[in-house]
Design a protein around this ligand. Structure first.
Ligand SMILES: C[S@@+](CC[C@H](N)C(=O)[O-])C[C@H]1O[C@@H](n2cnc3c(N)ncnc32)[C@H](O)[C@@H]1O
Ligand code: SF4
Length: 376
């Protein structure tokens, strides 16, 4: 058993780009914590006795929880599952929640990895994104967490923002690498339907960056990460040696995982299932016996598609003999046939029996991956 993901579906306010599942109505927070604890009990056999190696509080914003609420959830997880004493326990947090006391108590509760949503070091970007923190608070939150003894800190940045040119992105990277962080997740802005930024774009109140600018910013990210000793291990993820996120790496290695909370997904090695993405209906579902909204037993084509999509996003890429072992020679041939043109174009390269995206390929990864997939 690899890990348990716990979705905390609340945020203080909506950021203008985000379409994750969250509510800004905190009234039901206590009730939801109880429901998550109940779900942990209901699904206690999921691990089948295998040790749980990682726990991950994601959101939404886990840092809207009071520390006793975090402790309650952790106690339930430890009660119902055999958690490895050295488990990586990650907690996503917004900078404005990270006071000294909160960090010290989180550390005491067992949190040993923090993922902080910095997004940008420019206050005007942060205002545009409707973030609640400013750059000074962002920097202070990293120092505070560090001083509290949390020595594995990741930050999130977003590039390709409207008005962001290479100089501003360079400043964001320069500033981040000066700080005591071990891990960086950097995402290109996507305009998600239903978000404020999506509407602003449609109404031409904001302007998307050009493709050339996007490519330039991604290459700058790769170059600067490397020159500061950060290893890229996935399209959007970089770390100092030894600080890869174990939780995400387990997803990418197709290990089993359990998701607790509204909208959380689970995979038991055969069956995929997902919980309803609605806080009230989730609580009702728990009371009635299941919060699940759907399930599937992926067939070979679905499993192959997921394998290609996930593996190609990692810098290791696809190991051909592993692909053959999992899916057989026919699928290996399909992959090689469909992949050939990307090798010719220099977007995919073969090294030590593995096919991986080159820099040029990473820029257009979605298009390449969808062409390599099989029709289901
Ligand atoms: C669940 S949030 C992180 C936790 C916390 N709520 C926060 O905002 O700091 C996950 C991350 O996904 C990224 N993200 C969300 N929506 C995005 C979008 N539309 N484009 C690019 N990055 C996005 C942000 O960097 C964000 O920090
Ligand atoms: S980015 Fe984080 S804080 Fe902002 S709305 Fe999304 S989950 Fe909430």
């Amino acid at each position: 058993m690899s890990g348990i993901y716990i979705h905390i579906p609340f945020c203080t306010e909506a950021c203008s780009y985000c379409d994750f599942h969250f509510s800004i109505q905190m009234k039901s927070k206590a009730e939801l914590v109880e429901a998550i604890i109940r779900e942990a009990e209901m699904r206690k056999d999921f691990a089948g006795g295998e040790a749980v190696e990682t726990l991950y509080f994601g959101g939404g914003t886990p840092s809207v929880l009071e520390v006793p609420e975090v402790e309650k959830i952790l106690q339930a997880v430890y009660k119902y599952f055999p958690v490895d004493p050295l488990a990586e326990i990650t907690f996503e947090a917004n900078p404005d929640h990270l006071t000294e006391e909160y960090c010290v108590q989180l550390r005491r509760a067992g949190i040993n990895r923090l993922s902080i949503g910095i997004q940008s070091w420019f206050d005007d970007d942060l205002r545009m994104m409707n973030r609640r923190h400013n750059a000074i608070q962002g920097e202070a939150s990293i120092r505070t967490a560090r001083d509290a003894g949390i020595d594995n800190i990741s930050i999130d940045l977003i590039y390709g923002l409207p008005g962001m040119d290479s100089d501003r992105w360079k400043h964001n990277l320069d500033h981040s690498f000066l700080l005591d962080i071990q891990h960086l997740s950097a995402y290109h802005l996507t305009y998600e339907p239903g978000t404020r930024m999506y509407h602003q774009l449609k109404k031409e109140r904001i302007c998307a960056v050009t493709e050339e600018e996007s490519i330039g910013q991604y290459y700058m990210l790769l170059d600067m990460a490397e020159s500061h000793g950060f290893r890229q291990y996935e399209i959007s993820n970089f770390c100092r040696p030894g600080y890869e996120s174990k939780h995400n790496s387990n997803y990418w290695n197709f290990r089993r995982y359990l998701g607790l909370g509204p909208s959380a997904h689970s995979y038991d090695g055969k069956r995929r299932s997902w919980n309803i993405a609605n806080n009230r209906k989730y609580v009702e579902g728990i009371m009635k016996g299941t919060p699940e909204a759907g399930e599937e037993l992926p067939g070979k084509a679905e499993r192959y598609n997921e394998y290609v999509m996930t593996s190609l996003r990692t810098v290791k890429g696809i190991n051909l003999s592993d692909l053959r072992e999992r899916f057989g020679g026919e699928w290996e041939e399909y992959f090689l046939g469909a992949g050939e043109k990307y090798i010719v174009r220099g977007q995919v390269v073969k090294e030590d029996g593995c096919y991986r995206l080159t820099r040029e390929g990473m820029m257009v990864s979605d298009a390449i991956i969808s062409e390599l997939m099989k029709e289901v």
